[in-house]
Design a protein around this ligand. Structure first.
Ligand code: FAD
Ligand code: HEM
Length: 394
């Protein structure tokens, strides 16, 4: 809980800090990577730095955390903390690194605020930082404790590589040593480290899809502008060994009996396939509506497996939207307003795809009567949404 001494200081300064974050973050990262270039080797994504998504997410989350503490003094924003802790754990982040971020973030804040960074202001924000850091460190320790091994990454051999849609390849790995394998929950992801052109390691997350017992399987869309996926598609071959983390991620199916809406666009099918496979294995009787949007049938990753799984579930149906005329049930972008969705207060929805797709769909689902709190999503990059959209708490 925030101390009585810091509370009024945070109340007075949260506006200015939130407003200055876009200016503070580039300086924070510049100074941190100057002092610790090794953090760009295996820990931070260079591309997320360049495209600006990660810097805003990290610093922005501290302001969002402070705002939560002001409005709800007796609780923490559990959803935000859990997502970040899972991501951190998938990268093997250790508590020793928290003073590094503190030093460089606070150096940048002091430089930006100048005289306004009085000792009281710095002390109050210091308190917020360490409350958040301590909460994350505790969650991350708990996550590491749940693993079947005590390593952050283990070697895996690529045993098969299969084209499954236009620009999309499925990679199946088996352990290359005897590190015990943690059982994954459908919907979870792993971090894969890849050595890039200049020799440094770049980590990326990929959702686990159903595989043979004891294997890890991922389905990867090539981003032609990306740093890692072109290497995976073109230069990594059967027999090659890559370092892969334990499974993490908290976007997993609930244990309830209510109906489900599982919606994806493009490569966002990967968690949906994992969910459908779990439901099929459990012999689920739940009512499931699968929604998918894509450019065309040929670009739809996992089309065959989704069709098969939907067929095997007694109460599942699928509706598709394809930009290519004649390829889907509907033409163009997904619009659930045009279909008859049988949903109620117990319906849970999961979605995965580009942010504009998920924002639009969320509003449409709420319009149809799905409670906002039951709508969950996975985002394939640093989450800019959770932190800024209070509407999600509807
Ligand atoms: P990156 O190098 O990360 O580049 C991404 C984008 O950044 C580029 O398109 C470009 O627009 C921009 N960029 C790069 N460099 C610059 C620059 N210099 N200036 C400006 N912009 C730049 N992907 C899958 O295919 N399958 C999955 O199952 C999957 N699951 C995921 C699960 C989670 C939880 C997360 C977080 C991500 C998942 N992803 C998945 C996405 C994946 O991790 C990668 O982000 C994605 O594949 C792109 O990787 P890349 O290295 O090729 O591209
Ligand atoms: C990711 C917050 C400390 C390394 C993130 C994200 C947030 C965040 C919000 C984005 C999560 C997502 O949606 O994917 C914080 C906060 C910290 C903290 C509030 C301190 C209180 C650290 C430290 C390190 C670190 C100490 C390592 C030095 C990373 C990395 C990522 C990340 C590597 C993923 C980056 C990427 O994919 O580009 N953090 N973090 N974080 N964090 Fe932290």
């Amino acid at each position: 809980m925030l101390s009585e001494k810091s509370r009024p200081v945070i109340e007075q300064t949260i506006g200015v800090i939130a407003e200055r974050i876009p200016a503070i973050t580039p300086e924070f990262y510049k100074s941190m990577f100057n002092a610790r270039p090794d953090l760009l080797d295996g820990m931070f994504s260079r591309s997320n730095q360049k495209n600006g998504t990660q810097p805003q997410a990290l610093a922005g989350s501290i302001a969002a955390f402070a705002s939560h503490l002001l409005n709800n003094p007796d609780s923490y924003p559990d959803e935000v903390l859990s997502r970040v802790a899972h991501k951190h754990a998938s990268l093997g982040l250790l508590p020793e690194e928290y003073p590094t971020v503190h030093e460089h973030l606070f150096g940048a804040i002091a430089a930006d605020l100048g005289d306004a960074a009085t000792p009281e202001v710095v002390a109050a924000w210091d308190e917020v930082y360490w409350l958040m850091a301590d909460a994350l460190i505790k969650l991350e320790k708990g996550l590491y404790g749940q693993q079947a091994n005590d390593v952050m990454f283990a070697p895996f051999t690529l045993i098969s590589k299969e084209d499954i849609a236009e620009g999309v390849v499925a990679f199946e790995f088996e352990p290359a040593d005897d590190t015990p394998l943690t059982h994954s929950i459908p919907g979870q992801y792993v971090t894969i480290q890849v050595k890039v052109k200049d020799g440094i390691r770049q980590p990326r997350q990929f959702t686990l899809v159903p595989s043979q017992e004891g294997h890890r399987r991922v389905v990867i869309r090539k981003d032609p502008q990306g740093e890692v996926t072109p290497i995976l598609h073109e230069d990594i071959n059967e027999g090659d060994v890559l370092e892969i983390s334990n499974p993490y991620g908290d976007v997993v199916l609930d244990e309830g009996h209510g109906s489900l809406v599982l919606a994806s666009a493009g490569i966002g099918t990967t968690p949906i396939v994992a969910f459908l496979d779990r439901l099929a294995k459990e012999g689920s009787q739940r009512k499931v509506t699968v929604l998918h949007a894509d450019h065309s049938k040929d670009r739809w990753p996992g089309r065959q497996i989704m069709e098969r799984l939907v067929d095997s579930l007694p109460n599942a149906t699928m509706i598709t939207w394809m930009e290519t005329p004649g390829d889907g049930d509907y033409e163009g972008f997904m619009n659930v307003s045009e279909v008859d969705l049988d949903v109620d207060q117990d319906t849970t929805a999961f979605m995965c795809g580009p942010l504009p797709f998920m924002k639009g769909l969320r509003s449409q689902l709420i319009e149809k009567g799905v409670p906002g709190r039951n709508i969950h999503y996975e985002i394939f990059g640093p989450d800019q949404w959770m932190l800024h959209d209070e509407a999600r708490k509807a």
